[in-house]
Design a protein around this ligand. Structure first.
Ligand SMILES: C[S@@+](CC[C@H](N)C(=O)[O-])C[C@H]1O[C@@H](n2cnc3c(N)ncnc32)[C@H](O)[C@@H]1O
Length: 370
C-alpha cells in the first residue's frame, strides 16, 4: 500500500452481504478472536479525533454512473488498514509538471510501470527512450537512481518548441533534471544523454536493476535511427568512421523491440526487470506476437485499450539467464520468421480510419497516441 497507485484503501473484511440483515448475520459470525477487541456492539467512548481503529461500511452501486440503483448491490464492513498512494497521481500530474512534451507519460501509468519493475531504493534504472523523463520521475520517487537516453537533442537539452499551449519555445531550465527537482528527488538524477537506442554506447559491464521505457510508435513522433547510405567500413571501436556524418533512417518497430530485448538481456542484473509498452492492432493481435527472449521470462502482459482497433500492452520481463552467443534475436528480423513484423505497419493501421476512439478510453492527454 506504500506504493500502489491503483488501490484507494485496504480493509480487514469483517462482514458482507446483499442486504443489511445479511451483513449483520455475516458480521455476527466473524470470529471474535480476529476482532482483537471486545465483541460488537462496541462499548465505551468513541474518539472521532484520534481513533485507535477506523471502521468502514462500503456500499457497491455498480460501475455505471448513469444507472445507479436505489439500493446498493452489495455491502461490506471492515476495519481500515491503510490507504494506497493515489495522491501521487495528483501531486505528480503532468498538468503542473515543469518540463513536458507531446508524448509525456501520465503520472499514474509511470508509477504502475515503476511498480511492475519492482523499483526500490538505491536501484539504478535506465530509460533508453527517455523523452521528458516521466518514468525517471516515478522511479526516483521510489528511491532509485535514474538515467536515460534519447535520440532527440532538443528533448535531452530542454530546447526547441514547447508542447504547452500559449508558449512557443521551451523556457530556461525546462529539462529532466528540473522535473526531478520539482518533486524533491534531484539527488537521484544520474544524467541523460543523446544516444540512438539502436547503437547503444554502454560498456559491456554497465548493468541496470531495471529498464523501463515507452518506445516511439511513430504516431506523434518518428521512429528514426542513425544509419548510412554508404557501405562504410566499421572500425571495431567506433560505430562510424570519424569523418562520417550519419543520416537518419527508419527504425522499424520490430527492430526497436528486438534491440530493446537484446540490450536488456545484456545490461540487466540477474533478476532485473524490463518494463515497456508494445503497440497492438487489436484485430490482428495474438499472444505469440509478444517478443520473447531466451534470457527474459515474460511476467505479465496487460492491455490498455486506446481505441476500438488499437491498444498498447504493458509488458514485464524478468532476466533469468546471462546471454550466450546464440541468444541474440537478430535472426528474427527476417520477415519470414519474425512474429513481430505485424507491428511495423502499426502507424498505417492507426491512421486507417478504423481507429475509432472508445468513449471512456479516450486517452489524448497521456501520450498514448504516439
Ligand atoms: C514515446 S516517447 C517517450 C516519452 C517519455 N516516456 C516521456 O514521458 O516523455 C519516445 C521517445 O523515443 C525517442 N526516440 C525515437 N527514436 C529513438 C532512437 N532511435 N533512439 C533513442 N530514442 C529515440 C523520441 O525522441 C521520443 O522522445
Amino acid at each position: 500500500m506504500a506504493r500502489s497507485v491503483c488501490t484507494k484503501s485496504a480493509f480487514e473484511l469483517w462482514g458482507h452481504g446483499k442486504t443489511q440483515s445479511e451483513l449483520r448475520k455475516s458480521l455476527l459470525s466473524y470470529p471474535q478472536e480476529n476482532m482483537a477487541m471486545e465483541y460488537l456492539p462496541f462499548e465505551g467512548t468513541v474518539s472521532l479525533k484520534s481513533p485507535q481503529h477506523i471502521f468502514c461500511l462500503l456500499e457497491d452501486y455498480g460501475t455505471d454512473p448513469n444507472n445507479i440503483p436505489e439500493h446498493p448491490n452489495y455491502i461490506y464492513f471492515g476495519r481500515w488498514i491503510a490507504d494506497g498512494q493515489r495522491e501521487l497521481i495528483r501531486s505528480h500530474s503532468v498538468k503542473n509538471r515543469h518540463f513536458i512534451g507531446n508524448t509525456t507519460m501520465d503520472a499514474g501509468l509511470s508509477f504502475i510501470m515503476a511498480n511492475h519493475a519492482k523499483v526500490k531504493e538505491n536501484d539504478l534504472v535506465f530509460d533508453p527512450f527517455v523523452g521528458t523523463g516521466s518514468l525517471l520521475v516515478a522511479c526516483s520517487q521510489f528511491g532509485a537512481y535514474v538515467c536515460g537516453t534519447d535520440i532527440d537533442y532538443n528533448t535531452i537539452h530542454g530546447k526547441g518548441r514547447s508542447s504547452r499551449k500559449n508558449q512557443k519555445w521551451r523556457g530556461p531550465d525546462e529539462n529532466i533534471r528540473a522535473n526531478l527537482r520539482q518533486y524533491g528527488t534531484e539527488r537521484m538524477y544520474v544524467d541523460v544523454m543523446v544516444c540512438d537506442a539502436s547503437k547503444p554506447v554502454w560498456r559491456k559491464a554497465a548493468l541496470f536493476d531495471a529498464i523501463i521505457t515507452d518506445p516511439p510508435y511513430g504516431i506523434r513522433e518518428s521512429t528514426r535511427r542513425t544509419g548510412s547510405h554508404k557501405d562504410i567500413t566499421k572500425s571495431p571501436d567506433c560505430i562510424y568512421v570519424e569523418s562520417h556524418v550519419p543520416v537518419s533512417q527508419a527504425y522499424h518497430l520490430s527492430d526497436i523491440f528486438t534491440d530493446l530485448l537484446n540490450f536488456s538481456a545484456h545490461h540487466l542484473v540477474m533478476g532485473g526487470r524490463l518494463v515497456y509498452w508494445l503497440p497492438i492492432y487489436r484485430p490482428e493481435y495474438s499472444e505469440r506476437m509478444v517478443p520473447l527472449h531466451p534470457c527474459l521470462r515474460l511476467i505479465s502482459n496487460c492491455e490498455q485499450t486506446l481505441s476500438s482497433h488499437t491498444s498498447r500492452r504493458l509488458i514485464t520481463m524478468l532476466k533469468i539467464k546471462e546471454p550466450e552467443e546464440l541468444d541474440s534475436l537478430a535472426h528474427l528480423a527476417d520477415p519470414c520468421v519474425s512474429p513481430y513484423q505485424g507491428h511495423n505497419s502499426f502507424r498505417e493501421k492507426y491512421f486507417s480510419g478504423q481507429n475509432k476512439r472508445c468513449g471512456k478510453e479516450d486517452n489524448k492527454s497521456d501520450g498514448a497516441g504516439k
